[in-house]
Design a protein around this ligand. Structure first.
Ligand SMILES: Nc1ncnc2c1ncn2[C@@H]1O[C@H](COP(=O)(O)OP(=O)(O)OP(=O)(O)O)[C@@H](O)[C@H]1O
Length: 516
């Protein structure tokens, strides 16, 4: 019997009531209420589970952590003997998964209670009557030791911050942006807003064009504008509420980590941080605290000025095309992703949020097709990897403990809550991406034509059991399948990024590329 089967076959233990989560009665009520997606549209009401689906199919056992009071997932914590590995303490926060998910849904995931039809995106190519749902992670991960810092997050109205901003934002209005290219803090530059281009849980991304410079690299830029959590906009709570302080510190950690890592990276297949609206976000170790000291009434906006990828993210592009990407295109895109991740791992950075949404396209598929036979094809990268909100700079053998990632891409060891090797959780996510491009579905979604019972099983359950298989490609012999088979597997057998890179599917392409 394998590690996971053993855990799942443990005798049933009573469910613990979870702080902050409703009990089963509340849950039923929540399930009958409509939920809203990020745009505020109502989705179909949740389906009230039947008595059959209300049973918890998964047993939970906490044999060793007697002081554990909450169940983070339907898994057990298994303390490892780290030997000579350097580790940060076990982070018992729950897995950060949901984009557009309610707490009720999160709890149900944790307890594997059935809620058929609740996920909107199951297959990559969503049914016509359903809105696409993206799942993201929260970049508010506590792995560093904070000064009593840990907190929740939510969004806030940016407007409230703008009028009372700090030194560098006086000239800011909604249509123009004053910013600085990195390390050119004495030369303010201006950009004009063109249009919104994307939105995540933690930022809005807008296209700006330069008003006063000729450098082609910054002529068009993507400006990632941080959304401040609501509690940071409550002036009356400033410096008094513990929640306020915790949120501020957590946000500051996540922001400075993303900025410092992005600033240190330089690779064609990775999005570039070109500049910032206020140098203090880069030059200070505690920018938010410094800014609050200067102006205790409000936080000024944080606008990251990034390279712009005009063809949007890979998930949107694949969905717009109804899937069915040609093999050569999948191979090219994946080879570039592998290059980017190899560079990151060699730079001692792990990404921890690799997913289709975070691979940005510089060109549309039609454009790529049109120059496929020209020499430019190998001279120009077609993707940039983005969203470093969960990344981490690590020491050689350092194991991670922060349970973060996006639900469909998270590795079994992260789900299990054991210290994990971030390199291998990144290669797991690469396996999920490649499978999804091949099959037009996520590997751990309910199988096509799944029974109600199969549908009711939580994604996390299937991940923990390595429960995936080929459908479209079942008879195909392409060499990329090997990458999926060797990444969506146990961590002690899983390929590293070097092994992925050396596989013919990737190597055949990267050997021809002229920019890496
Ligand atoms: N440099 C860019 N060029 C073009 N589009 C971009 C760029 N950066 C981000 N976007 C768009 O904005 C979306 C959100 O960006 P990003 O993922 O960085 O934000 P986030 O708030 O960290 O998101 P998440 O909720 O996934 O953590 C992306 O999915 C993409 O569609």
């Amino acid at each position: 019997m394998d590690e996971f089967s053993r855990l799942f076959s443990q005798p049933k233990t009573p469910q613990l009531k979870q702080d902050g989560f409703s009990d089963s009665t509340d849950k039923q009520q929540e399930r009958t209420s409509p939920i809203k997606n990020k745009e505020g549209n109502q989705k179909a009401p949740f389906i009230v589970p039947t008595s059959e689906t209300c049973t918890t199919p998964l047993t939970v056992s906490i044999p060793t952590f007697e002081n554990v009071q909450t169940l983070p997932t339907p898994m057990t914590y298994t303390p490892l003997s780290p030997g000579n590995l350097s580790m940060s303490p076990i982070d018992q926060s729950s897995l950060n998964i949901p984009k557009r998910r309610s707490h009720a849904r999160l709890l149900d995931d944790m307890l594997s209670i059935a809620q058929p039809n609740q996920r909107v995106v199951s297959e990559l190519v969503a049914p016509a009557n359903l809105l696409p749902q993206r799942v993201v992670s929260l970049p508010t991960v506590a792995e560093e030791t904070f000064n009593s810092d840990s907190a929740a997050d939510s969004n806030t109205s940016k407007k409230s911050c703008l009028s009372e901003s700090g030194d560098y934002t006086d000239k800011y209005d909604d249509e123009t942006l004053q910013g600085f290219l990195l390390d050119h803090w004495d030369q303010p530059l201006l950009w004009r807003k063109v249009r919104p281009i994307g939105s995540g849980n933690f930022s809005n991304v807008l296209l700006y064009e330069s008003m006063d410079q000729s450098d082609p690299k910054s002529a068009q830029v993507a400006v990632k504008r941080l959304k401040y959590p609501e509690e940071l906009s409550h002036v009356e709570q400033i410096n008094t509420s513990l929640r306020y302080k915790e949120t501020l510190s957590r946000l500051e950690n996540s922001l400075t980590r993303e900025l410092q890592v992005l600033k240190s990276l330089n690779h064609p297949c990775i999005v570039k941080l070109l500049g910032i609206n206020n140098p203090i976000f880069i030059t200070s170790k505690k920018p938010l605290h410094d800014l609050i000291k200067k102006n205790p009434r409000a936080l000024p906006p944080c606008d990251m000025i990034m390279s712009y990828c005009s063809a949007g993210d890979l998930l949107a592009a694949v969905m717009a095309r109804n899937g069915g990407l040609e093999l050569w295109l999948i191979q090219r895109i994946f080879a570039e992703l592998a290059l980017a991740v190899k560079y990151l791992h060699e730079s001692n950075v792990i990404h921890r949020d690799l997913k289709l949404e975070n691979a940005l396209l510089k060109y549309t598929f039609d454009d790529i097709n049109s120059f496929k036979d020209s020499p430019i094809y190998y001279r120009q990268n077609v993707i940039e990897l983005a969203d470093f909100g969960l990344c981490k700079k690590i020491e050689n053998d350092e194991m991670c403990t922060a349970r973060c990632g996006s639900e469909d891409y998270v590795s079994p060891e992260i789900l299990m809550g054991v210290p994990y090797d971030g390199h291998l959780s990144d290669t797991w996510a690469l396996g999920v991406i490649l499978y999804s491009l091949f099959e037009d579905r996520l590997p751990f979604d309910p199988p096509p034509n799944a029974s109600m019972r199969q549908r009711s099983r939580a994604t996390s359950h299937r991940i923990a059991r390595f429960d995936w298989r080929w459908y479209r490609l079942s008879d195909d012999t392409n060499t990329g399948k090997k990458i999926v088979e060797n990444t969506l597997t146990r961590k002690n057998q899983r390929w590293s990024i070097d092994e992925i890179y050396d596989s013919p599917f990737v190597k055949d392409i990267v050997d021809k590329l002229d920019f890496s």
